[in-house]
Design a protein around this ligand. Structure first.
Ligand code: MG
Ligand code: MG
Ligand code: MG
Length: 305
């Protein structure tokens, strides 16, 4: 038996991270790497649960860390701060991603990235290049990932290729994209049973840029006002995260997936960075047309440090 390979996406897993890890396991097995397993680095969110339920599929196992020297494949991320804690002890065989590259390894590996809106779009290309069949459940997983990352093609991160691939996958999956997609996205906006602490952690990503350490967290909703009712308590939690992690900045984006806008709450010693783009009133600002962390919120920080 060959050595085991673990396949995983980023912490605070989203639908692309979970679905693409499962799809990558299928791809690896079709490529002859039989001893590989998709795992995850955190709780499955409600949107992703909707997808797994639709397929009658079990959640992948959760891991805390990896044993020294474990073979791993990273999907949907490449930054160490978003990966398993002891990633430096693993042997990274492959990276399949669609994010800015902030990655270094002192050995050769397979690194595949494309300027597209979703890891699943890259995976679709790998299947077609290798003439591998895409089974119906795999098509559902890839399609769901694309719908999630592109907010049903409305995010500025969505490329024509993502939409083209999604339409192909929908035929195999026998799914009406608009109906299924909206149901899936809405399932992810049910925030009722989350504490404020959980809300700011659900989809939080940590970034380091020179000396600056910051987190941009995001929740999807159909009512920004509903989430804003918890503003005071949310701010308390954000402040304690800043304190505990020695952060310079924390941006919490509440994204209205129906109207494609976001309200942000920004706290930390370096809110001046955010104020170069928009005026904060009571630590908050409404950002018309802003839905993407990668294309809009991260540049808002990076271009103004
Ligand atoms: Mg992701
Ligand atoms: Mg992604
Ligand atoms: Mg996302």
């Amino acid at each position: 038996m060959e050595e085991k390979t673990l396949i995983f996406g980023h912490k605070n897993p989203d639908t692309d991270t979970i679905c693409s890890s499962i799809v990558m396991e299928d791809f690896e097995k079709k490529s002859g790497n039989k001893n590989c397993k998709a795992v995850r680095l955190g709780k499955v969110n409600k949107e992703t649960k909707y997808v797994l339920n639709y397929l009658g599929m079990e959640e992948t196992p959760c891991i805390e860390d990896v044993e020294d020297g474990t073979n791993v494949i990273l999907v949907d991320h490449n930054e160490a701060t978003q990966s398993v804690d002891n990633i430096q002890n693993a042997k990274i065989l492959k990276v399949i991603d669609h994010h800015t590259i902030n990655f270094k390894a002192p050995y050769l590996l397979y690194y595949r990235t494309e300027p597209v809106g979703c890891t699943a779009t890259v995976l679709y290309h790998l299947y077609t290049e290798n003439n591998f069949e895409i089974e119906k459940n795999i098509a559902v997983l890839m399609l769901s990932a694309i719908i999630s990352d592109t907010l049903l093609f409305k995010s500025p991160t969505c490329t024509p290729e993502d939409e083209k691939v999604a339409r192909e996958l929908a035929k195999i999956a026998e799914i009406d994209i608009e109906t299924y997609g909206l149901e899936m996205l809405k399932a992810g906006t049910d925030l009722d049973d989350f504490s404020e602490e959980e809300l700011i952690n659900l989809d939080a990503k940590k970034f380091t840029s020179g000396d600056l350490n910051y987190i941009i967290a995001q929740v999807n909703t159909v009512s920004i006002d509903d989430v804003l009712k918890k503003k005071e308590k949310l701010e308390e939690e954000i402040k304690s995260v800043i304190e505990r992690n020695g952060l310079d900045l924390f941006v919490f984006a509440i994204t209205d997936i129906l109207n494609s806008n976001s309200q942000i709450i920004a706290l930390g010693d370096r809110v001046d960075i955010i104020e170069k783009t928009c005026k904060l009133e009571n630590n908050t600002a409404f950002l018309e047309g802003v839905v993407s962390r990668k294309k809009q919120l991260v540049p808002m920080v990076e271009n103004n440090i």
